[in-house]
Design a protein around this ligand. Structure first.
Ligand SMILES: *[C@@H]1O[C@H](CO)[C@@H](O)[C@H](O)[C@H]1NC(C)=O
Length: 395
């Protein structure tokens, strides 16, 4: 347990020892999702391929390919170029010239894609074969190193009960098609036992997937009846003892269901979940709220704030913010009635250290473009750097 003796010293070390900063290489996997639509964001939020941290991420995942109806055909994102920044696939693949060890994958699916097209395709042998062929051709012809499946989620959100079994067929057939070229097949997955029961044959998936990306975030949000942190490592002080909605519990659930720890990557969120409080009488977790938090100035979505939107506003208006860090677990903060639960470099460090202690293969970030990639609040990529350092700190 020696890893846990050093909680809370990250800030001290990173100030006293600058070499722990952004140039560190991880001794585990650092899987960085890149939402290519970040190229459309305004001003300082605009993100291009040239912003990607090729020194910190071991794997970059271009998101998202979509399904072209229930046909087995796929739709690639439309390339864009804005104010000197691009999201072009050719520019992305060219990053391997900077770091020859970098792996670049494409992801298919996402929350908005849901199950409407995945389900009919995987349940039909001919459509599934067409899907596998199209995915292989896309990966192979563009120079990618693999594919990440982001079906959210088999047998849910309009899918069929048989999706759970046919998802395994899809993964197995993709792996067979990809093996001659050594391409990777990975998947992002939901993390509660209830989701596993509905969607995942863990033992079979574990056999065929190279990595399983645990989406250990979005554990609380405006679908709840009270405020809660996006991704608490351990239970929140206000949680009912039976709630079990935390990162530690999720990791144990996947391992107990048959996943190899070395194939699991711990999901880390470069964003917070925000709420508009009912009153200032209760500003903790478990507080009543009236609705989603106000949209951020760059990402523009109610209920979610990029880490750089949180840190920039706190830096510009320090006296208006009240920030509470539950050490080694989660952070929450409010400015008047605007409340956000999130991670800072200290909690990310603790979680990455936890991932190493648990024998996991590494860490995963949603999303690289939501960290402070341009250094608005200080040095660039504080959360990804903290995760790399946290994982490396435990031997
Ligand atoms: C982590 O989860 C496991 C399994 O649920 C539990 O036994 C353990 O006590 C948890 N650790 C902490 C510190 O809560």
């Amino acid at each position: 347990m020696k890893c846990f003796l050093f909680f809370g010293v990250y800030l001290f070390l990173s100030l006293a020892w600058p070499s722990l900063g952004a140039s560190a290489r991880s001794d585990g996997v650092v899987f960085c999702y890149y939402g290519e639509w970040a190229n459309e964001r305004a001003s300082a939020g605009r993100f291009g391929v040239s912003d990607l941290p090729t020194n910190l991420c071991t794997h970059i995942v271009y998101s998202f390919l979509l399904l072209d109806g229930p046909t087995g055909n796929i739709i690639a994102p439309k390339p864009t170029s804005n104010e000197g920044k691009t999201n072009y696939v050719a520019d992305l693949i060219a990053l391997k010239e900077i770091n020859a060890d970098l792996k670049i994958l494409a992801a298919i699916g996402g929350w908005s894609e849901g199950s409407d097209n995945f389900s009919p395709v995987v349940n039909d042998d001919a459509l599934r074969a067409n899907f596998v062929k199209n995915l292989y051709e896309y990966i192979d012809s563009n120079g990618f190193d693999g594919l990440d499946l982001d079906w959210e989620y088999p047998s849910q959100r309009g899918g069929l009960e048989t999706d759970k079994e046919k998802f395994v067929s899809l993964v197995k057939e993709l792996k067979e098609a990809f093996t001659p070229k050594g391409y990777l097949v990975t998947s992002a997955v939901a993390v509660t036992q209830a989701h596993i029961d509905l969607s995942y044959d863990v033992t079979a998936l574990n056999e065929h997937l190279d990595y399983i990306n645990l989406m250990t975030y979005d554990l609380h949000g405006t679908w709840d009846t009270e405020t809660g942190a996006n991704a608490p490592l351990y239970p929140q002080e206000t949680d009912a003892p039976t709630l079990n909605l935390n990162v530690n519990n999720s990791v144990h659930v996947w391992i107990n269901n048959g996943a190899s720890p070395s194939k699991l990557l711990l999901g880390l969120a470069n964003y917070g979940k925000s709420f508009t409080l009912t009153s200032l009488e209760n500003t903790g977790t478990g507080a009543p709220f009236d609705g989603a938090g106000a949209p951020g100035p760059y990402t523009g979505a109610a209920g979610t704030l990029a880490y750089y939107e949180i840190c920039e506003d706190q830096q510009n208006n320090p006296s208006e913010w009240s920030v509470t860090e539950v050490e080694g677990n989660y952070v929450y903060a409010n400015k008047d009635l605007q409340w956000v639960g999130y991670d800072n470099p200290n909690t990310i460090y603790a979680k990455a250290r936890y991932a190493k202690e648990m024998g996991l293969g590494g860490i995963m970030y949603w999303a690289v473009d939501l960290d402070d990639f341009s250094g608005l609040c200080g040095s660039k990529y504080p959360l990804i750097s903290a995760g790399v350092n946290g994982y490396n700190s435990c031997h």
